[in-house]
Design a binder for this molecule. Structure first.
Ligand code: NAP
Length: 256
């Protein structure tokens, strides 16, 4: 028995065992949650995710490109058919065209900007809307942000603009869903070496700087994010919504 026994969850954004979503998923599973997973459509993503999650024997491992409304609808239809309800959702998805991140933000193309915003921000709105319909007994939704949404990190560029929009979406979604007892929060994670992070120019310097400057004198680890994910997605955080929780070893409080 764990604190999530009997809870049904959906995790979107596991790519491999280094994904932030995977660290949080393992924690949720260890506390008794039953999880469904999504992966980008296509045989290689499906194989990657299926191989990783099969040890936990999930009932649903579903394709979903969050750019497609029909994919999102199909995922929540499957969850409705299998479980009839939903208690928690982890949204851990972002994308920006890597070649665009190599140029100054000033040079950002219209198409690249829309693509990054669609996948990294609008998807949370669409997912919250679909999830809310199944969260008949309240629920908790969490997404993953970065401090580059508050301050300028050269190279993070459009992703920083996306994270600013994501964090403010969290507040508006928390407002819209609060009376249904559905909470929406974000974790602002310190830099972690993942597939997505590999596309951010200067990422290793960001990590070195974060470890040097943080009060805790180190970089964030998967367990730090797993614990925070459990907190926000369980009743441990029952009175908290619209919040951006920094899980960054304190990096954001230091002014030098
Ligand atoms: P990750 O393992 O690469 O996860 C990103 C996920 O987004 C992948 O599963 C990817 O699928 C998925 N994705 C991309 N486009 C998609 C689409 N159109 N539809 C559905 N899924 C899509 O990297 P991560 O670092 O854990 O990233 C997770 C979240 O944490 C992101 O929001 C990221 O911005 C945020 N974050 C990361 C860090 C960090 O330092 N790593 C710090 C703060 C915040 P595929 O791999 O199959 O393409």
């Amino acid at each position: 028995m764990g604190i999530l026994s009997g809870k049904i969850g959906l995790v979107m954004g596991v790519a491999n065992d280094r994904s932030i979503a995977w660290a949080i998923s393992e924690k949720l599973l260890s506390e008794g949650a039953e999880l469904a997973f999504t992966h980008l459509p296509g045989p290689s993503s499906q194989r990657r995710v299926q191989n990783l999650v099969e040890q936990y024997k999930p009932k649903l491992v579903l394709p979903c490109d969050v750019q497609k409304d029909e994919d999102i609808a199909a995922v929540f239809d499957d969850i409705a058919r299998s479980y009839g309800r939903l208690d928690l959702v982890l949204h851990s998805i972002a994308f920006a065209p890597p070649q665009e991140l190599r140029n100054p933000y000033l040079q950002m193309s219209r198409a690249g900007w829309h693509l990054a915003m669609d996948i990294s921000v609008y998807s949370l709105v669409a997912v919250c809307r679909a999830a809310a319909a199944l969260m008949t007994d309240g629920g908790s939704i969490a997404t993953i942000s970065y401090y580059g949404g508050e301050k300028v990190f050269p190279g993070y560029n459009v992703m920083g603009v996306c994270k600013a929009a994501l964090e403010h979406s969290v507040r508006y979604l928390a407002w819209d869903l609060g009376r249904q007892r559905i909470r929406v929060n974000a974790i602002s994670a310190g830099p972690m070496r993942t597939l997505s992070a590999a596309g951010v120019p200067g990422f290793d310097q960001m990590r070195e700087h974060a470890a040097r400057k943080s009060p805790l004198g180190r970089n964030v680890e998967p367990a730090d994010l797993a614990n925070a994910g459990l907190y926000l997605l369980s009743d441990l955080s029952s009175g908290i919504t619209g919040e951006v929780l920094h899980v960054d070893c304190g990096y954001n409080i230091v002014g030098l």
